[in-house]
Design a protein around this ligand. Structure first.
Ligand code: PLP
Length: 417
């Protein structure tokens, strides 16, 4: 096992030798895991009722190691109640997350969710009437909601980049954001994966554009963290947030936010206080100050999150990304053979992600979702609501090709009826 996988597994291997041995026994080279490897991993997931679960972009079930770690900590906190904050155990979680996204542990805030991370960022700024936030209407509703609140409260102008859920070439995306930048744009908000098309945005080019304008960049990494490899430094973003319950497969209850060192001084704590801007302590002069005094944390979740990070490191982040893109390519090729299915992802591989967005001619998206689950025990996700809703299929490493074949057969039956 590689050194960083070893260090990230500290403490967990002793507890769960079999779960780790299943991974560690097999020589690992990024992208070279074979079908037998993924078959051996599958029993670590316990998806009930034989469902072909293809909605991992909404929620990815955690492997046994994570569930075990969380359960163990629930008991441990009761058995040994003398130290309820557990700061000694929680502190290293920052470093585990930081390593995955190419940041420093001093740049990580532990949060309850992606929305929590964006709230800390957006409500923590000193806003002035007339300041502008550049975003896209297709960004996640919980983030759009924060922007709308800032508009109502401080007179901040929300400017829509206007991608409108269309499949756009990278140059066109950059051009739309560019056309919407002004001298008042203080922040550009970017979804790493566009929810309406399942395509990766050209984050680095957009961040360069923003910085040339003196604008900071906030990345919603909810749909990339745990699925695709990236470094916040390479992408050039100033802030990023993601939850644990999606591709990281860490269960509900928490997440993280990254604050680039140089922007931390711009953000006031908005949950809890006790922050002394003049103090030179690492707690005041790091991203810790946004969570240190924020009350009790979900300790079992956060330690389970660290276990999930270590587990994915041991599986291999390159292997996970390759597998997800292969499963999604297989899925898209099969869906493309169904005459009633309209794929919305576009064709170029550079923008590929594990999210496949589609519609079915003659059927509303929610209706398709319900029928597939009821008749075929296949779970597909939804983006949006009502007439505009789209379907979203998102396989993770616990899925087999057979799960995808079941989705294809179910869609073929539905459109033939
Ligand atoms: C792209 C994106 N951003 C943000 C969120 C919100 O995540 P959380 O529930 O952790 O706040 C989601 C969850 O659906 C999402 O898909």
């Amino acid at each position: 096992m590689a050194t960083n996988a070893n260090s990230a597994m500290r403490g967990y291997a002793a507890h769960s030798p079999t779960l780790i041995a299943d991974i560690g026994d097999i020589p690992r080279q990024a992208g070279e895991r074979d079908a037998a490897f993924w078959d051996r991993l599958r029993p670590q997931f316990t998806i009930g009722g034989g469902t072909a679960y293809l909605d991992n972009a909404s929620y990815s079930p955690p492997p046994g190691l994570v569930l075990e770690t969380q359960e163990r900590w629930q008991h441990q906190l009761s058995a040994n109640p003398a130290n309820p904050m557990r700061l000694g155990e929680l502190e290293p979680v920052r470093g585990d997350v930081a390593q995955v996204i190419g940041a420093s542990e001093n740049e990580i805030t532990l949060t309850r969710s992606a929305t929590d991370g964006f709230s800390l960022l957006l409500y923590g700024f000193d806003w002035h009437r007339g300041d502008e936030i550049l975003y896209d209407r297709g960004d996640h509703p919980s983030i759009v909601g924060i922007i709308e609140t800032l508009s109502a409260r401080y007179g901040v102008r929300a400017v829509d980049a206007g991608m409108g859920g269309e499949v756009l070439a990278d140059a066109e995306i950059v051009s739309r954001y560019s056309a919407s930048l002004t001298t008042s744009t203080r922040l550009m908000i970017l979804s790493h994966i566009n929810a309406w098309t399942g395509r990766r945005l050209p984050i680095r080019a957009l961040a360069e554009l923003a910085h040339a304008n003196g604008t900071l960049v906030a990345l919603d990494a909810s749909q990339s963290f745990g699925a695709l490899q990236f470094s916040v430094r390479d992408l050039g973003v100033d802030f990023a947030a993601a939850p644990g319950h999606k591709w990281a497969a860490a269960g509900h209850g928490g997440g993280f936010a990254y604050y680039r060192r140089d922007i931390q001084r711009l953000i006031w704590p908005t949950v809890g206080g006790g922050y002394d801007p003049k103090s030179t302590s690492i707690f005041d002069q790091s991203a810790r100050r946004l969570d240190r005094n924020a009350g009790q944390k979900n300790i079992p979740f956060l330690l389970g999150f660290a276990a999930a990070v270590g587990w994915q490191n041991a599986v291999g982040r390159g292997s996970i990304e390759t597998r997800l893109l292969e499963l999604s390519a297989y899925l898209r090729e099969a869906f493309a053979g169904l005459p009633a299915v309209r794929l919305l992802n576009g064709a170029d591989d550079a923008a590929a992600s594990p999210l496949t967005v589609f519609t079915v001619d003659g059927h509303g998206a929610r209706d398709v979702q319900e029928q597939l689950l009821r008749r075929d025990n296949v779970r597909i996700g939804l983006v949006g609501e009502g007439a505009n809703a789209r379907l979203r299929a998102s396989p993770h490493i616990h899925n087999s090709l057979n799960d995808i074949d079941r989705a294809v057969a179910a869609l073929a039956r539905l459109s033939a009826a």
